[in-house]
Design a protein around this ligand. Structure first.
Ligand SMILES: *Cc1c(COP(=O)(O)O)cnc(C)c1O
Length: 429
């Protein structure tokens, strides 16, 4: 075999030649840090320097990097069936995964539709809501979403996302969306009256929401009771409830799904990120029997005609199944409990400190705002990021919000180090 690889060491320089990175303005941020390997909670760079992955690589690798329980299963699957068309064919990894997931999903979920990532998972959630009404003969074309929600980067997902600072070039192409403020406990009645007003003025098909924690909005928490009231009003008005659990799913809030904290259960749930434990890209959109029934017909046009080439890839399914087995294990549940308690204590400790605003935690998610004068630091966010990296902790602050979502397998010592570097940042800024 001819080796067509370029010979050379410096990955950071070679990266610049052909690669275009996501969410990056390359003129402002030209340097990418090459990561050579990862194991458990640790990322290791080209020079051998170690970083604790305190955000589980965007909330994916929650059972630790290169977890052999998962990699062994995928390696085995790889020798048996790598990929096959999922229209007209089926396979054991998908079937076993569906059976396992239905056991842990919130009550009422019955059918699973595969896709490739979080954005397509929500895209299909939106399609399910719109086509549910279309198939039922209802004229409902409008989606409802929270202000500052984030649901992904494809067109439908962008449309319902409230954080649209980066979406200016596409706004003329968005689907129709009305927005609702997030309930904070104090404004709940006002939110309900805004909701009722929107329902009376628009033909709303579905409501898409990140339950309890809005990740990209800088780990903003909202009121469970307030959300429950919103869901009740929506349900009474036959508005399809689409829970985007791409970030919150699979244990991050302390329960399997954030929807488990809320009495009103969703009609549709969007999943990705920790679904495959950081191993392979995959998304899933689950729904209730009621939604499925609206597509079940002798009329071919009433079907959900959406399909990605890699739908239900057997390797991704086997990774997801191994991940679910880990999630429900006593060991991982105890770890989630341990981190949740430690986070709660740490948030309490931080609350008494100067420069700390709104320290909060839910499950393994812990966040606060660093209350310092931004002007003093040029780009505060980048300075904070650098501080953490220099101290061996990988975090991605959002503006002045510092947050962690550590792997469930993080050791006591590693978690203590993350906390102590966070405390160090309070002195440094
Ligand atoms: C990350 C995220 C998405 C998008 O997922 P991708 O896999 O990045 O497309 C959608 N919704 C929420 C809540 C997310 O956190």
């Amino acid at each position: 075999m001819r080796d067509i690889r370029t010979v050379g060491e410096n990955l950071a320089d070679r990266d610049k030649k052909h690669l275009w990175h996501p969410l990056t303005q390359h003129k402002i941020s030209p340097h990418m840090l090459p990561i050579k390997s990862a194991k458990g909670s640790i990322l290791i760079d080209e020079e051998g320097k170690e970083y604790i992955d305190a955000i589980s690589s965007w909330y994916t690798a929650v059972y630790g990097h290169c977890n052999s329980y998962i990699t062994d299963r995928v390696a085995k699957q790889m020798q048996n069936l790598d990929q096959v068309v999922f229209s007209g064919f089926t396979h054991k990894p998908a079937i076993e995964l569906s059976e396992a997931l239905i056991k842990i999903l919130p009550e009422g979920q019955q059918k699973l539709f595969f896709n490739d990532n979080g954005s397509t998972a929500t895209e299909i959630g939106i399609k399910m809501a719109l086509q549910y009404h279309h198939n039922s003969g209802n004229d409902r074309q409008v989606m409802l979403a929270f202000e500052e929600g984030f649901h992904g980067d494809t067109f439908g997902a962008m449309s319902v996302s409230g954080l649209s600072v980066y979406n200016g070039a596409f706004e003329d192409h968005f689907t129709r969306v009305e927005r609702l403020p997030v309930p904070n406990g104090k404004n709940n009645d006002e939110v309900i009256s805004i909701l009722k007003d929107l329902i009376s003025k628009h033909n709303i098909a579905g409501f898409i929401y990140e339950p309890l924690v809005q990740g990209a909005a800088a780990m903003k928490f909202h009121d469970a009771g307030g959300l429950n009231e919103i869901l009740k009003v929506c349900r009474r008005n036959d508005i399809i409830l689409v829970a985007d659990e791409v970030m919150t799913g699979f244990g991050k809030t302390g329960k399997y799904f954030a929807s488990d904290y809320i009495e009103q259960k969703p009609d549709v749930i969007c999943m990705s990120k920790a679904l495959t434990a950081g191993l392979l890209p995959m998304g899933l959109t689950s729904c209730s029997q009621k939604i499925y029934d609206a597509f079940y017909s002798d009329d071919i046009a009433k079907g959900l005609f959406h399909g990605h080439t890699y739908t239900a890839n057997p390797l991704a399914c086997s990774a997801a199944l191994a991940a679910v087995e880990l999630l429900v294990s006593d060991e991982i549940q105890e770890n989630i409990h341990r981190i949740s308690n430690a986070n709660k204590e740490f948030a309490k400790k931080l609350s008494s400190k100067a420069k700390v605003k709104n320290a909060r935690s839910k499950g393994v998610i812990m966040a606060f705002e660093l209350d310092v004068k931004m002007e003093r630091y040029g780009n505060l966010r980048n300075e904070i990021f650098k501080f953490f990296m220099d101290n061996g902790v990988f975090l991605r602050p959002l503006g002045s919000t510092i947050y962690i979502v550590p792997p469930y397998t993080i050791s006591e010592a590693e978690l203590k180090k993350v906390y102590s570097v966070i405390e160090g940042s309070l002195l440094a800024f």
